[in-house]
Design a protein around this ligand. Structure first.
Ligand code: UDP
Length: 305
């Protein structure tokens, strides 16, 4: 998402400084910006104090975001959601910049309310395997609201629901990269549990549009930005098979602990306040991602050979 946000901001005429410790990100996603004089990349850890000079806006997207990544990097995930949020808020405070926190639908945990409205406080296991991410993001929301209340920073909080598209790591364990890679390699698609759990998938350009609109708005409380069309994971597997034309079969594997059973954003707030709603349905978005995934799978295969 970070590289797509950079593209969009540069396209809008901004200068951009991207900051990343590359724990789970890849510099190659920014290769095409290397010769743009309005773009700069700094490899640093936002958990430590940092200062890139005066800025108008800070977007804090730093964090492992896939369940596999944040289970491998549990403590860095907790740190970037807490220390990293403080350090990035300090930058916004110092320069009077507007601030946007990338929060998550995981704040709702395994939700008992469906679809999820921003007013729902969630159903989160604070000591389960997902807690390193869920609680870090919930803490990050609290820190962001505190900088609004105590330091008058112009803060915004977006709750991002499952987002996909080109430049995702094909091996980060998330469902769409997993299924695309498996389908293209002719391997079984690994459906966890019975595949009856649901998710709602937002194409990355829709997500970026919603985030930018929110960052320029006067809304300080969290806003859901996601696609409200809900699929079971089995339906998602079928969509991937159809779009890739793959003959792969489905293989059932155990459901990970605390895997949310259902997830769908109520986006009436984003519609009302930002005049935003997603435009790209799952089938279209998968088709738009095909070439990227094909190339990524081919590169992986040739580097293994
Ligand atoms: N999932 C699956 N097979 C996979 C990867 C994920 O069935 O190979 C399921 C997972 O159990 C979850 C959903 O797909 O119910 C979405 O998982 P993902 O890791 O993409 O993100 P989450 O929404 O859980 O954060």
């Amino acid at each position: 998402m970070g590289s797509h946000l950079c593209d969009r901001l540069l396209g809008d005429g901004c200068s951009v400084i991207a900051v990343d410790n590359l724990l789970t990100g890849r510099l190659s996603n920014l290769d095409h910006l290397r010769n743009d004089s309005r773009f700069e990349f700094r490899q640093l850890d936002v958990c430590e104090p940092f200062d890139c000079g005066p800025v108008d806006a800070v977007f804090h997207l730093a964090s492992p975001a896939s369940p596999v990544d944040y289970s491998v990097h549990g403590i860095p995930t907790l740190k970037v959601g807490s220390l990293g949020t403080f350090q990035s808020l300090e930058v916004a405070r110092k320069y009077g910049a507007r601030y946007l926190l990338a929060s998550t639908s995981e704040c709702y945990g395994d939700p008992l309310e469906h679809p999820q409205k921003e007013t729902y406080w969630g159903h989160v296991n604070p000591v389960g395997p997902r807690s390193v991410y869920d609680e870090a993001k919930r803490f990050a929301e609290a820190a962001t609201m505190a900088y609004l209340r105590y330091h008058s920073v112009d803060t915004h909080i977006v709750r991002i629901f499952n987002t996909y598209g080109p430049r995702m790591q094909i091996n980060d364990g998330r469902v769409i990269p997993n299924f695309m890679r498996q389908a293209m390699r002719g391997e079984d698609l690994t459906v966890y549990g019975e595949g009856s759990q649901t998710r709602s998938f937002c194409y990355v350009s829709d997500e970026i549009e919603g985030i930018l609109r929110l960052s320029k708005s006067t809304e300080h409380l969290p806003v859901n930005v996601g696609n409200p069309t809900e699929f079971t994971i089995l339906e998602c597997a079928q969509r991937v098979l159809a779009v890739t034309g793959s003959k792969s079969k489905v293989r059932y594997e155990p459901l990970p602990q605390d895997d949310p059973k259902q997830r769908r954003p109520d986006i009436s707030k984003a519609k009302r306040l930002l005049d935003w709603e997603p435009k790209i349905d799952l089938e279209t978005g998968l088709k738009m991602s095909l070439e990227y995934f094909r190339q990524a799978v081919a590169e992986e295969t040739s580097s293994r050979a």
